[in-house]
Design a protein around this ligand. Structure first.
Ligand code: BGC
Length: 720
């Protein structure tokens, strides 16, 4: 894909001095004030900076970041293009994670939409807003498969299923990069954190990981593979080690697998300080060791450490790093700069971007991402004519909806808080009683006034994100207390849970008649939630992650293998493999979500229940159909999900694996037929050496509303 830029990149490379080559691999932290600006310009003129990271702290998602100053970026670029010897433009990177001025749902929430097309369109809008102001490159999407919601960065991921994560990763890359990377409205995407960061032990950030190659290939790598297939321009290496080997210095992960097996052609950037962290990890003694280890392993660009800048020239002169290795890395960087069109259009031309459509799409994605997990006796949707009591810590909060990693989100009128959103959606109808801010001392009284109590619950964005892990992922006790008070008034109680992880809701669940998982859903999060609870929108999100009952049940994910004592695991947990003090089944399983209507599935129809290995190899597929009818009274959206189980194989295979899904709108009384085709690429798995195999034998095919469906047919792959 980037090969077509090879020739021109080589021509440019041929004209570079050793110093200039080193400069191309150096990503320096932006200088934005005072004397630093002039010093920075001097460095750019000397060719010492190939890329600029547009943030000013190592945990950019948590700290206040200065806005991008487009004019200053253009001034710096002028120094690179007009005043440096090589005239090579710099590439500007920023963490534009799930939005720019318009903030979209956190990626975990977006995955719950099961709507990759919409996600792609939204990420296109994000790219447009950020690119216009001068950013060329975003450090997104993150595709770290995560099974431990204590880890704060679960908000940024696409969650526990490799197939869904791959679909979403691909959609995000295509959205950011568009059809043409050189389009001024495109951003170079960055698949991160390669690889294994989501397996941080104990859900503690920056921690070590143990990942077998079998798990790596079958669970962790697929979204990266999908991103590479979608043409992702860059990859960010991860902080962690895998089985004692830091990824930063690993030829196995950075070169053999990423380039040799996945076919990645772009360049690899380190994570912030991860080159220097090789010292903490005990592999390097000094800056030069760090540089030699990282670059020789295949890590092309050094983010923020400047170890390459300080030591690489000397390392090449002394022969510890060969000029060939250096040239290879520089070529990769140049090819992406060429593909981005930086040589033709190095400067940003800021102009007004109409955010109208962006806000509309953002509200749509927010609505599609929210998951209705409980609705006893049809308490939802609420009538707008009734009396509503509103309480909970997130009725007045505005910033929480943006979630972590929203560096540039506008917090104006387009981001209402929940109270404003409910007011707007109810209009002049009904009556609203609201608890005061803070301690909710008046909650008993306020709850006594309404027909229904609506509580805005959850966790704040400051409880989520980088280095923000929680050892207890239940709701805070004050929130349970509020739900008890509402129940004590004998009122129907609805919990709208704004959160960045699948919180353990076991304790509060009995006190709530309905629960909407509203996530941190961005600019329009509060508004979309209000419209769902009042029935303006149909709830249609599905859990992209398992909701455990309590923290002690982690890790709990659906695509497990059987235990030796019967097939149980996630699926019905038997006493022998459960806990003596609690029921170990999930509170809400993967793929689960309710609607305001009901759907009925037919048996699975398939034309052939047998296929030969030969036919599969030729590209033939198994076809399955199912009829889904809307047997309720409202229009609804169903996400029809297909899972497989390879019953007997040379390695233990998961009890269910998602292999296809389709979102369909179905009118009341209507029946829709959904067809799926399953071929070789869905029926096999990776062996520990990374080779893909499909083995003959029986496969169970499940099609239904979530991963626990019993709607099944058995098919067979014959030997020949
Ligand atoms: C994070 C990355 C981020 C980088 C730059 C690191 O601390 O792990 O995800 O892109 O900082 O802000």
């Amino acid at each position: 894909m980037y090969e077509k830029f090879e020739k021109r990149a080589r021509e440019i490379l041929a004209g570079l001095s050793l110093k200039e080559k080193v400069g191309q691999l150096n990503q320096a932290v932006v200088a934005m004030e005072g004397d630093d600006i002039e010093k920075y310009k001097e460095r750019v003129r000397r060719g010492e900076i190939g890329s600029v990271i547009l943030c000013n702290s190592p945990t950019a998602g948590n700290d206040e970041q200065k806005a991008v100053l487009t004019d200053l970026l253009n001034e710096y670029q002028y120094c690179a293009v007009e005043e440096s010897q090589s005239s090579i433009p710099m590439i500007y990177g920023r963490d534009v994670i799930h939005g720019h001025h318009t903030v979209y749902p956190i990626p975990l929430a977006s995955a719950c939409s099961f709507d990759p097309e919409l996600v792609r369109d939204c990420y296109r809008c994000i790219a447009k807003e950020a690119a216009t102001e001068g950013t060329h490159w975003t450090f997104s999407p993150m595709m770290d498969l995560c099974r431990d919601p204590r880890w704060g960065r679960i908000i940024e991921g696409l969650e526990e299923d490799p197939y869904l994560s791959s679909q979403m990763a691909s959609a995000m890359v295509k959205g950011f990069q568009g059809d043409d990377l050189s389009d001024p409205y495109s951003l170079v995407a960055c698949a991160k954190h390669y690889v294994g960061y989501g397996f941080s032990e104990g859900g503690r950030d920056y921690n070590r990981t143990e990942i077998s190659d079998y798990t790596l290939y079958n669970y962790v790598l697929p979204p990266f593979r999908a991103a590479v297939e979608a043409g992702v321009g860059t990859v960010m290496s991860s902080f962690n080690d895998i089985n004692g080997e830091p990824v930063t210095s690993s030829k196995k992960y950075l070169t053999a697998i990423l380039r040799g097996q996945l076919g990645f052609e772009g360049f690899v950037v380190s994570d912030w300080y991860s080159v220097s962290q090789l010292k903490q990890q005990g592999l390097a003694e000094n800056e030069a060791d760090c540089t030699a280890l990282a670059l020789n392993a295949g890590l092309d660009m050094d983010m923020s450490d400047e170890h390459y800048a300080h030591t690489l020239e000397e390392l090449v002169l002394s022969g510890r790093v060969s000029e060939e290795v250096l040239d290879r890395a520089v070529l990769r960087v140049l090819k992406i700069k060429l593909a981005k069109g930086l040589f033709e259009r190095p400067y940003a031309q800021p102009h007004h971007v109409d955010r109208g459509e962006h806000i509309e799409l953002c509200e749509r994605l927010a609505a599609e991402s929210m998951v209705l997990v409980k609705n006893e006796a049809g308490v939802l949707p609420l009538s707008k004519d009734q009396k509503i009591s509103l309480g909970g810590p997130y009725i007045y909060e505005r910033r929480c909806h943006h979630g972590s990693w929203a560096l540039d989100g506008y917090l104006g009128a387009s981001t209402p808080n929940f109270l404003e959103a409910v007011r707007e959606v109810m209009g002049e109808r009904g009556e609203l009683f609201v608890t005061s801010e803070g301690l909710h001392d008046d909650s008993n009284y306020i709850f006594s006034l309404g027909d229904t109590v609506v509580l805005a619950l959850g966790e704040n964005y400051t409880d989520t994100g980088e280095a923000r892990c929680r050892s207890n992922i239940g709701l805070y006790p004050q929130q349970l207390e509020l739900a008890k008070r509402a129940k004590a008034q004998g009122k129907k109680t609805v919990g709208v849970v704004f959160c960045g992880r699948p919180l353990a809701l076991e304790n509060i669940e009995p006190y709530l008649d309905a629960i909407l998982i509203a996530w941190h859903s961005g600019t329009r999060g509060a508004h979309a939630a209000a419209r769902i609870i009042f029935g303006d929108y149909e709830p249609s999100g599905r859990c992209a992650v398992t909701f455990a009952r309590k923290t002690g049940h982690i890790p709990l994910y659906y695509n497990v293998t059987a235990t030796p004592r019967e097939v149980d695991g996630y699926y019905g947990i038997r006493p022998s493999s459960s806990y003596v003090d609690s029921i170990g089944t999930p509170l809400y399983p993967f793929g689960y979500g309710l609607s305001y209507t009901k759907f009925k599935y037919s048996d699975i129809l398939c034309e052939n229940t047998e296929i030969s290995m030969e036919a599969l190899k030729k590209g033939e597929k198994l076809c399955f159909r199912v009829k889904v009818s809307n047997v309720g009274e409202r229009e609804g959206v169903e996400t029809v999900q297909l899972y497989i189980r390879d019953v007997k194989a040379s390695m233990m295979r998961p009890l269910r694996e998602l292999k296809a899904f389709e979102r369909v709108i179905i009118l009341p009384g209507e029946e829709k037929e959904i067809a799926f085709e399953i071929g070789k690429g869905s029926l096999g798995f990776y062996l520990a050496d990374g080779s893909y195999t499909v083995e003959p034998g029986e496969f169970e095919i499940y099609i239904g509303e979530n991963c626990l469906t019993h709607n099944k047919v058995t098919v067979k792959i014959t030997d020949r």
